[in-house]
Design a protein around this ligand. Sequence first.
Ligand SMILES: O=c1ccn([C@@H]2O[C@H](COP(=O)(O)O)[C@@H](O)[C@H]2O)c(=O)[nH]1
Length: 586
Amino acid sequence: MSFFERIAARSESINSLLCVGLDPHTSELAPYYDRPSASDDNDDNDDDDVDRRDEERAEAAYRFCARIIDATYPHVACYKPNAAFFEALGHRRGMSTLRRVIERIHVRHGDGDGDGDDGDRAPVLLDVKRGDIGSTAEAYADACYELGADGVTLSPLMGWDSVRPFVTGKYSDRGAFVLCKTSNPGSNDILALPLRGEDGALFERIARLADEWSRRAETESPSHHPAAPSYSSSPSPPPPPPRLGLVVGATDPHALSRARKAAGERTWILAPGVGAQGADLDDACRAGLNDDGTCLLVPVSRGVSSASDPGEEARRLKDGINAARAAIAKNGRREEKGRRTTAAAAARGGDDDDDGGGRTTTMAPYQREFLEFSLGEGVLKFGSFVLKSGRTSPYFFNAGLFSSGSALHKLGRSYASAIMDSELVDEDGKVKFDVVFGPAYKGISLGAVVCAALYSDFGIDAGFAYNRKEAKNHGEGGILVGSSMTGKRVLIVDDVITAGTAIRESYDLLGSIGATPVGVAIALDRAERVSLDDPLSAVQAVARDMAIPVISIVALPQLQEYLRLSPGYGEDVLKQVKEYRSKYGV
Ligand SMILES: O=c1ccn([C@@H]2O[C@H](COP(=O)(O)O)[C@@H](O)[C@H]2O)c(=O)[nH]1
């Protein structure tokens, strides 16, 4: 069986798309030492003691992995040890520990059907992210496969010849997941860059290449696949299994769905980010599964290893993925969960999403990043602030303090992520607007950075326009500047909505020139009632009156959720925000 056939067989036989990562972080090893103090026993320094400590650490790493393997095996389609944690144990000890871990997966758990083969055993994907010139790649391939791995992760940036040795020749039965759009925020720095002359970003090119290179591997080094008989009337034989899959972070569901589209239906996608990195499991499934509800592996490392019962956590994750698969099969990809950032979603309480175990699913990674950097820039502050309305608020947001190149860059990206995570994007991943409009004054710079970020992060080249407060009667004249908006669909960008007056003025202005406002994007939705007699917030009132969505990067529930997860701000601040929300919140 080839690597991807193994994954498919295992996944089908146990009905699971869960991949468990084996990452023995030093910080998690203390319970696995024989002697309680061995993990931090640094008093003795002679060579023998150093050697003994290293030996104990390697043994603790092995026990950590063995416990996870034994507890989770019935629920796991594939294991993914990350080589870094074993290399860090020192070469000799690290490699022998890794070999023992792989053996434990391979040997201790046959498929149990007694037929003597290892048909549906869980395959091992070694996360090494290699990439080098062909002759060096050959040595890397020998090193990885000699350890017993069935497949590896690779960087595709050096091209086909750097990938070939891992999936052809003597390794035609192995496979690789190539990095496509990784789960870290920095993945936008390079992998999301638009390609000149091409529709889409670099990662979409990589997604297409995975299929192209799989076919190339098959031509250069055919697998021994049972071909269907070649009667002219018989259906054509099934294509050979792919040799390459893609790593696409679950942290960016929009990129995940674009990668799925570019890669086609047969390519397996490994989508890291659920658990410690905060990605949403349902979003990942909706974006990454193929139309048959498969070809997606969800790897989770710390989310499983740090659970008090890793076996139970693996079962919960497996069931969660299967529930999402079932819901998608029944309702389609988009129906069962509202988008995050609409006025309606803002009105929904953050606590409502608490699953009872203290975990919530209300905050996307870009929302957390936005809150963190707004606090870092002093744009968002906690304290006691008297607002124009006369209310005393425990927090204050002043977008005018985004006042440096780096802050504006990040701000634009946060807006762009929120827009791409909203109903302003259609089923095919296309935005529903043609022009971004920034109303004077604050909206002008905001609209500009949003428009630039939509292009740099998502390859969307929308028009940009703004207005002057006073008409000019020389030069280009008039009050509107930039892209023509007549007959176009327009997204209005502003910082916050207080009473909604500025947005209503923009709405009227756009209507007067024959443009169609289709949505409003703001940074923060305070999600509070304008008056205590009115159940609606200013944002909800605008959305209702104009019958268009108002989306925000974050709203009050996310702010509260952020405080709940960041005990550093203190119980008092969280309490005050909760009280404010229950008094004035929608
Ligand atoms: O884009 C990527 C590629 C690889 N990884 C690796 O997956 C695990 C994730 O660990 P968690 O504890 O589940 O966050 C880790 O080994 C990474 O190196 C990734 O996260 N993102």
